[in-house]
Design a protein around this ligand. Structure first.
Ligand code: MN
Length: 422
């Protein structure tokens, strides 16, 4: 597959559009005068959204629950259903000599006019730690460079079971979490608002086809169960994490919020952008072996805007450097016999490149808070302050088109027991 698939939706043919016909991401929308319980499934083409419930009602696409306020029914229908719907949508919106059909025209409305909801019901959220540079950087700060990578790191994708209940869609305000912390000079811990609030730039893999209890899968099989990918910000309270994390890993430091982008970009749209995982330092055991490239070349960036300042790009990096692919993480997750569900969300781990301008978290950019970053507006930051807005951006660059993810945005509000600061 190469080159733009032209659509009769003119804006989709612009080389800078995030949603050319090649993309066809899936999300959930409601109109300006509608309530959230009228939300239904949609795709995006150019500057328009396409109401999939109306196309389903008109019999123009196969029925996979597109009138529901979540993609789960469609995601659980499996890869043949995904391909069937992608093919039907491509036929309806491709530029051709014949006139577009009336129901296809009627299903369009400007993307700016609709509310985008959480695209699927998140069954469970697991977060991994598969970026080698991030693991080395954070490990160096917490344990010193000689002990930075734990002995298991090069053999298994390390992860923890997070919270599905606090996964929110882009645009949802995030309150600064409260928690227990203990500074190095304190004799006893105290309870209060997090003082070292951080971000983590990650991709999230969304499980479509479930597995059964006791069913193990190969990495190749795992790849076929993944429906698509989102941008994911794994908000992190570093001071809470430092105190609580040994020996069972992050708990409240990560439980308060995770933001995802509103569109799930399907694996089919990302197919031309597959790339190999990095060279292995130790051979992986057979249950983690892959036979084809399973990483993706996706350009990522982070921007930050203070309450009274303009946006600054604070990092540019790429998903391609991850040591473990999402398919390897899913195969590993199921390898004990753990059942995976439709709607399971697997965070990749923080995506950091080799130097400061490519790091995926503020604790790395400010090196533990010792070396502040300077924003374009002149303000400096070590961690996130109240009123700051953080946005993650991502796209895969094709020949004359791009596969965009939209953005993944959150603004930090004061802690729940605090009054807004001036
Ligand atoms: Mn994380």
């Amino acid at each position: 597959m190469s080159g733009l698939i032209r659509s009769w939706v003119a804006a989709a043919n612009d080389a800078s559009s995030f949603f050319p016909l090649n993309n066809l991401p899936f999300g959930v929308i409601s109109g300006p005068s509608e309530s959230a319980d009228q939300a239904r499934c949609a795709t995006a083409i150019g500057d328009q959204v396409v109401d999939l419930a109306s196309l389903q009602a008109a019999g123009l696409i196969p029925a996979y629950g597109f009138d529901e306020p979540a993609l789960n029914t469609f995601m659980g229908s499996g890869r043949e259903a995904w391909a069937e719907v992608r093919h039907a949508l491509t036929e309806l919106f491709v530029e051709s000599l014949s006139e577009p059909t009336d129901p296809a025209r009627a299903a369009l409305q400007p993307i700016d006019d609709v509310t985008l909801h959480l695209p699927f019901q998140v069954a469970e959220f697991t977060d991994f730690y598969a970026g080698r540079q991030h693991a080395f950087n954070v490990g160096s700060m917490f344990r010193g460079p000689e002990n930075a990578l734990p002995p298991n790191w090069l053999h298994i994708p390390i992860g923890y079971n997070g919270r599905a209940s606090t996964v929110v869609v882009s645009g949802t305000d995030i309150h600064r979490p409260l928690g227990q912390t203990k500074g190095p000079d304190d004799n006893v811990p105290s309870f209060g608002p997090c003082q070292r609030l951080d971000i983590e730039l990650e991709m999230g893999a969304v499980v479509g086809t479930p597995t059964k209890l006791g069913q193990t899968i190969s990495v190749d099989e795992a790849d076929e169960l993944i429906f698509g990918y989102v941008l994911l910000n794994d908000w992190s309270a570093r001071d809470i994490q430092t105190w609580e994390y040994q020996p069972l890993g992050p708990f409240q430091a990560k439980a308060f919020a995770t933001t995802i982008s509103p569109w799930v970009v399907s694996k089919a749209a990302l197919e031309p952008f597959r790339c190999s995982t990095p060279k292995r330092e130790w051979p992986l055991l057979p249950h983690l072996a892959d036979s084809v490239p399973m990483n993706y070349d996706i350009e990522l960036s982070i921007s930050m805007a203070p309450a009274a300042g303009n946006d600054s790009i604070i990092s540019n990096t790429n998903f391609s450097s991850m040591y473990y692919s999402s398919a390897q993480q899913l195969a590993h997750h199921a390898s004990s016999g753990c059942a995976m569900r439709t709607g399971d969300l697997l965070g990749s781990g923080t995506i950091s490149g080799a130097d400061r301008g490519t790091y995926g978290s503020l604790i790395e950019m400010s090196w533990g808070g010792d070396d502040p970053i300077t924003l374009d507006c002149g303000e400096t930051r070590t961690f996130v302050e109240d009123g700051d807005t953080i946005a993650l951006h991502g796209h895969a660059q094709g020949d004359g088109y791009r596969i965009g993810f939209g953005s993944c945005v959150g603004t930090i509000m004061p802690a729940h027991n605090q009054t807004p600061s001036s």
